[in-house]
Design a binder for this molecule. Structure first.
Ligand code: HDE
Length: 737
């Protein structure tokens, strides 16, 4: 009770900051309907990079890097046609030498990623809470570059592995670059930066044999993490469905740490940054995710690329949770502790602007690989807090980029350049310095160059928040960081029963690769969160422990937070969803065409899947041949969001005899996807245990009587696709896949 009172106080105080839930056009709901806004595709940042783009023009001739025209790019210089090759062949040497040096170190974490350009636009001026210039003018579109990533895997690893996802946004503002280097989960594993190398060493492939790739289910990780009770909360998140998102556009983003916002009057408030996806937060099933690792390791980056290319631009709203400075200590956790979130029901997330990604990069390496995000990239109006994890990050990013990008001048790489004046200082030289500083002076203060460049006035320049500190220097952790389990319990308690089941399954899968002693330690850790969770995992992994919890402090009572459950996510669009339409010769061609039109009109798409590539002949004598997009083997059901089986007696009879087609329907069913069938197509549903003699179809299965499909049928199926998955099937289905 007391806890609620405190939180409600924070809500009221947030409103007193002049920012209320109604500051967003529609409070609490996504309000950024996707737009095809091609005018934004060439924004200020994209335009500023034009002089660096190299295109092949009509008539271009091959040259060396020195501009020498090359007339033979296939044969090296030899002593006679059978060799040997001459050292003198500078053309061969130049080409091979450049090739030899093409690779740079991959990111030590977040190596695997994909990026895109776009813009950010604030709904209303936020001048009352921050002087950050890009948050003042609702007409201003600030260019952004966003990079999504997994954390543990190498650069060539698969997209759909269970992991945290990075969500890093660079705003190119008129006051310099501002980066929110966030993740798709609102908290982190550890509280102090000094543990980060241990955490990452433990989760990466084990050093003696470099196994496993991009997997956290191994001895080293769970050996480390089960000895860090502060990680209990984050372990729950990463083993939940949030660890296997359907797409980047289906992820929330979080700045995690508490930051500060500072207004023109110097008033500071605490803030947490959120990204709320227009498409809602939805996940793959574990089966889909695992199979996609092999079937399409680029699943997420391909979706991002294709949705931007097709004009279905991914969108998020920026959300702020504001805590007044005087409320810093009013919570029953420490707002500086990065293993804690602030429940949205207690401090509302105010939606203040929209982020739209509307342009794919021209060159993966030049842009996505070389982009350098840094939590220390802040602008006037935004500042750090004393979160000890954040403090370590302020140092780490620039440091790692000096190695990764080959020296201290990586800010000059086109993607990293601000759109405002920069490099106006006396830093000079170093590897890869492109700027030619003209003039005699390279020091401040000088008189020989009229004192230029000169310092900004205090009002114009960056000034950190003048936080008052009176403290002893200690190497210690604040006791206010001690409660490691209340929010892990909050998370568990807030989930639906199917989300809880998935956590049990995920922990079981992770433990499959760990030795008994480590399994036992995890089971003990989980006992502090929920007895049933712990017992279910223990049973699955063959562990018996006495009932004494690992940590003995009694858990505090929690009030569930509905915002933490994916069950409550928005389900009002089929944008980016793709339906596999299963066909063979003799299919009802008119139904296929009508279905396709209806799905496209609703914002989705279809893919025609048949026994072989080429075309399929429809049942109608005068019907047009139907082009095939994929076969059962090459475009398996795990790539799609839903399946439709149209009628046509010979088509359906043939599909029923092809094992891969039967498997297709069963696999989609087991992975809880919406399935529709029309006319004879209903026959194939007996493969998932349903016939028209049964009372009603299973959840998410939509039937059209007869071959000619009706508007009511397509409308019902569109509604089913919006629901994403039908988790109620999980408990009842005995269909193999
Ligand atoms: Fe990072 N992190 N991190 N991190 N991080 C890096 O910087 C680090 C943390 C995050 O797409 C590195 O340029 C430390 C939390 C993202 O390029 C490195 C600590 C969060 C990305 C680094 C953390 C993040 C990185 C590796 C604990 C979420 C990818 C390459 C003190 C709020 C950015 C690089 C991109 C990348 C250090 C913890 C997010 C080594 C020391 C918490 C999204 O500097």
């Amino acid at each position: 009770m007391e806890r609620w009172t405190i939180y409600l106080g924070a809500v009221i105080l947030c409103a007193s900051a002049g920012l209320t839930a109604s500051d967003g056009p529609q409070s609490g709901q996504p309000n950024c309907a996707p737009t095809v806004d091609s005018a934004c595709e060439i924004n200020e940042k994209v335009a500023s990079m034009e002089s660096f783009r190299a295109r092949t023009e009509d008539g271009d001739i091959l040259t060396t890097n020195q501009g020498l025209k090359i007339s033979d790019d296939s044969n090296s210089l030899k002593a006679g046609v059978r060799g040997s090759t001459l050292l003198e062949d500078f053309i061969l040497r130049e080409k091979i030498t450049h090739f030899d040096h093409e690779r740079i170190p991959e990111r030590v974490v977040h190596a695997r990623g994909a990026g895109a350009y776009g813009f950010f636009q604030v709904y209303n001026s936020l001048a009352n809470i921050t002087k950050a210039k890009f948050l003042q003018d609702p007409k201003k579109k600030t260019p952004v570059f966003v990079r999504f990533s997994t954390v543990g895997g190498f650069r060539g690893s698969a997209d759909t592995v269970r992991d945290v996802r990075g969500f890093a946004t660079k705003f190119y503002t008129e006051d310099g670059n501002f980066d929110i280097v966030g993740n798709n989960m609102p908290i982190f594993f550890i509280q102090d930066a000094i543990k980060f190398p241990d955490l990452i060493h433990s989760v990466k492939p084990e050093p003696h044999n470099e196994i496993p790739q991009a997997q956290s289910g191994h001895d080293n990780f769970y050996d480390f993490i089960t000895q860090q009770p502060e990680a209990a909360h984050m372990l729950m998140w990463v083993n939940s469905d949030r660890g296997i998102p359907r797409s980047y556009a289906n992820m929330e983003g979080f700045g995690i740490h508490t930051f500060r916002l500072i207004n023109e009057q110097g008033v500071s408030r605490f803030v947490k940054f959120h990204w709320k996806p227009y498409l809602g937060v939805h996940s793959l099933t574990a089966d889909d995710a695992g199979k996609l690792v092999g079937k399409d390791p680029d699943f997420h980056r391909r979706q991002l690329w294709e949705s931007i290319a097709s004009g279905a631009f991914p969108e998020w709203e920026l959300g702020l949770q504001i805590v007044e400075a005087e409320d810093e200590f009013k919570f029953d956790f420490d707002i500086l502790d990065p293993t804690k979130l602030i429940p949205e029901e207690l401090v509302p997330v105010i939606r203040v602007g929209r982020l739209v990604l509307n342009r794919n990069p021209d060159n993966y390496f030049a842009e996505t690989e070389q982009v350098a995000f840094c939590i220390a990239n802040i602008v006037p109006g935004i500042d750090f807090s004393d979160d000890p994890l954040m403090q370590g990050r302020i140092f780490s990013y620039l440091d790692t980029q000096i190695t990764r990008l080959g020296g201290p001048n990586f800010q000059e790489i086109p993607i990293n350049r601000p759109v405002c004046p920069f490099l106006k200082n006396n830093q000079r030289d170093g590897l890869h310095r492109d700027t030619i500083n003209v003039g005699q002076t390279n020091y401040h203060k000088n008189t020989l160059n009229a004192g230029l460049p000169k310092e900004a006035t205090p009002a114009a320049g960056f000034q950190g928040f003048p936080e008052r500190i009176a403290a002893n220097i200690v190497r210690a952790r604040s006791p206010s960081f001690d409660d490691h389990f209340s929010q892990a319990i909050l998370f568990w308690t807030s989930l639906s029963s199917w989300e809880q089941d998935h956590l049990v399954d995920s922990f079981t899968g992770e433990m499959a690769h760990c030795q008994p002693a480590i399994r036992e330690r995890l089971v003990r850790l989980l006992l502090n969160i929920n007895e049933s969770l712990s017992n279910r995992v223990a049973l699955n992994v063959g562990v018996k422990i006495d009932p004494m919890p690992y940590h003995t402090a009694p858990p505090k009572p929690v009030t569930p937070s509905p915002a933490l459950s994916q069950r409550n996510q928005s389900k009002d669009t089929i944008l980016t969803r793709v339906v596999a339409v299963l066909v063979a010769d003799g299919v009802n061609g008119q139904a296929v065409a009508q279905f396709k039109n209806a799905i496209i009109a609703a914002g989705g798409n279809v893919s025609i899947i048949a026994p072989r590539f080429g075309t399929v002949t429809p049942a109608e004598a005068d019907g047009a041949l139907i082009p095939v997009n994929g076969t059962f083997g090459t475009f398996p059901s795990v790539l799609f969001d839903a399946v439709f089986i149209p009628g046509g007696a010979s088509s359906v009879a043939l599909l029923g005899k092809i094992g891969a087609a039967v498997h297709y329907v069963q696999e989609a069913f087991v992975n809880l996807k919406p399935i529709a069938a029309a006319g004879e197509g209903v026959e194939l549903l007996k493969q998932v245990g349903w016939t028209p003699q049964d009372a009603k179809p299973p959840a998410g299965v939509v039937i059209n009587d007869g071959n000619a499909i009706s508007n009511a049928f397509t409308a019902a199926f569109v509604e089913a696709i919006k629901q994403h998955r039908f988790y109620e099937r999980e408990k009842t289905s005995s269909v193999p896949s």
